[in-house]
Design a protein around this ligand. Structure first.
Ligand code: XMP
Length: 513
């Protein structure tokens, strides 16, 4: 399959470049600066990402590009453009101020294939501290802005381009046009990467990989593990056995509803109610990372015990998706919260990993789910953290607090499903993630009838996002919030105050813990 290689110099937006290329129905791989697959004959073009580095700084990545330049089309973005200029006889200069924000592009060469369909005054988005002050010999400016004379440039005799703005971010309104010009127009992508093409090839690959063996996998109710199981199930039928563990920290009725949905899909699922064990081990623990560790450890132990009972299993299916892997591979990746997945292979079982979604972004996983005929209710489910409501109870987790939070959360989520926006979609559909958070270390004073109350506050959290890396608080209608708050306070014993979280990520995170 044709592919674009993205050399990742550690920019915040490298993943976004990857997603945009995939939106153009073109497969791409994000690799470290020196990770270009020299022997891969299916590469049709190369994109060099931005970076927190300055090309002038000691230790900045300067990979040898000799085997690439002149042989394949290359597009440098920001640092990538500066690196190409700096290493080929041009000049990059440190500026005293950062060139940051929106700017209007003046087109210098409307016939250049990179700029087809882009007209002068198009909005682009800049974010760089260095700037190119002289181009290498044989290169010329094809676009500029008021502050950045070399905003876009091209080589005369080689397929090399550079842009100092970021076409991958949506503030660059012509970004997709520019990337399409590069990926389709210049590199010649045939647009082969679609969910409809992925499903049969993934099934064939799974059959080849697994042969006559059996596969075991843990399900979480989330989109990734569900789509993964449906795909493996389509490939090998009842040689797949799934395990769904109830850690007692799921949403109200979720265990029962999800088990029913899995059965309707024809998956063979073993449900395990381990809630007493998890809640017992969490007693007295308030620290978020400690909670995650306990839940992660218990999860692995319970899963392994169940998996060991499945005779003849040789493979462990996992719904790992591409961003999970990119984050752990990123040259600048920092761990803010230790995310918990089904980790730790049971060694004595000698299981091998089977991860058919390992190349997909989240929106592609959903498209594959639809292609497989999964119901919308499963495919469009919001993400939910592995440790569940434990990280939405700020303070110690007790059975009573879980119950209170489940009730409040259920009212909120049901209302999000029920409220229709003018375009017909529900508030649930237009938000990335939503739920309630119980501030269990706090009591506040209220008055109900003639009685003084002294109960917990609950916080409603709803965000919009495309990948959970950044998120904005959802602008939910005031009348909707008022109705939800009334219903929670009237119906959920133990809560007498409802707040709405209006922080974005960064600097906040989506979850409270
Ligand atoms: P934050 O809170 O880091 O969340 O902005 C980003 C996304 O990750 C989810 N999340 C988790 N998922 N285990 C998980 O499986 C965890 O410990 C965990 N913590 C956060 C969160 O729900 C959001 O979708």
């Amino acid at each position: 399959m044709q592919k674009i290689i993205i050399l990742d110099f550690g920019s915040q937006t490298t993943q976004l470049i990857g997603r945009r290329v995939r939106e153009l129905n073109t497969f791409c791989e994000i690799v470290p600066p020196d990770g270009f697959p020299a022997d891969d004959t299916e590469v049709i073009g190369v994109i060099l990402s931005g970076s927190p580095w300055s090309v002038l700084a000691e230790g900045a990545p300067h990979p040898a590009l000799d085997g690439i330049i002149g042989r394949l089309p290359v597009l440098g973005i920001c640092y990538g453009a500066q690196l190409l200029a700096h290493t080929h006889g041009g000049t990059v200069t440190r500026t005293t101020h950062r060139e940051y924000g929106r700017a209007a592009l003046t087109i210098g060469d409307a016939n250049n294939p990179l700029l087809q369909g882009i007209s002068t005054d198009a909005q682009v988005w800049m974010s760089h501290g260095d700037t190119i002050t002289a181009l290498p010999p044989g290169c010329r400016v094809i676009g500029s802005t008021h502050d950045v004379p070399v905003a876009a440039w091209a080589a005369d005799d080689m397929p090399v381009w550079g842009v100092q703005f970021h076409p991958e971010v949506h503030h660059t309104t012509v970004g997709m046009t520019l990337l399409r010009n590069f990926v389709v127009g210049i590199c010649g992508s045939r647009g082969e990467w679609t969910a409809a093409a992925f499903v049969p090839s993934a099934i064939a690959e799974l059959r080849r990989q697994i042969g006559d063996d059996r596969v075991v996998m843990g399900l979480s109710g989330g989109v990734d593990s569900t789509v993964c199981a449906a795909l493996i199930g389509r490939a090998i039928g009842d040689r797949l056995t799934c395990i769904f563990i109830d850690h007692g920290l799921l949403r109200k009725d979720e265990y029962r509803e999800v088990m029913e949905a899995y059965r309707r899909l024809g998956l063979s699922v073993k449900g395990v109610d381990a809630s007493a064990r998890f809640l017992g081990d969490l007693a007295g623990v308030s620290d978020p990372e400690q909670k995650r560790k306990i839940i992660g450890r218990d999860f692995v132990e319970v899963f392994n015990a169940e998996a060991s009972r499945i005779a003849g299993a040789r493979w462990l299916g996992q719904g790992t998706i591409y961003p999970d892997r990119i984050e752990s591979l990123s040259p600048t990746g920092t761990v803010i919260k230790s995310h918990h997945n089904v980790g730790g292979l049971p060694k004595e079982m000698n299981l091998r990993l089977c991860e058919p979604l390992r190349w997909l972004f989240k929106d592609e996983v959903r498209a594959v789910g639809r292609e497989l005929g999964l119901p919308d209710a499963l495919v469009n489910r919001h993400p939910f953290p592995g440790p569940g409501l434990a990280v939405r109870i700020v303070g110690e987790v007790t059975e009573e607090r879980v119950r209170i939070l489940q009730e409040a959360d259920d009212i909120f989520v049901r209302a999000l499903h029920a409220y229709r926006c003018p375009d017909g979609r529900s508030l649930y559909d237009i938000t990335w993630q939503a739920g309630a958070v119980l501030l269990a270390d706090i009591r506040t004073v209220g008055v109900m009838g003639d009685e003084r109350t002294y109960d917990y506050p609950v916080v409603l959290r709803a965000v919009t996002s495309t990948d959970a890396m950044t998120a904005d608080w959802a602008r939910l209608p005031h009348d909707f919030l008022a109705d939800v708050a009334d219903e929670i306070i009237n119906k959920v014993k133990g809560i007498n105050r409802v707040c709405y979280d209006i922080s974005s990520k960064p600097p906040s995170t989506i979850e409270w813990e």
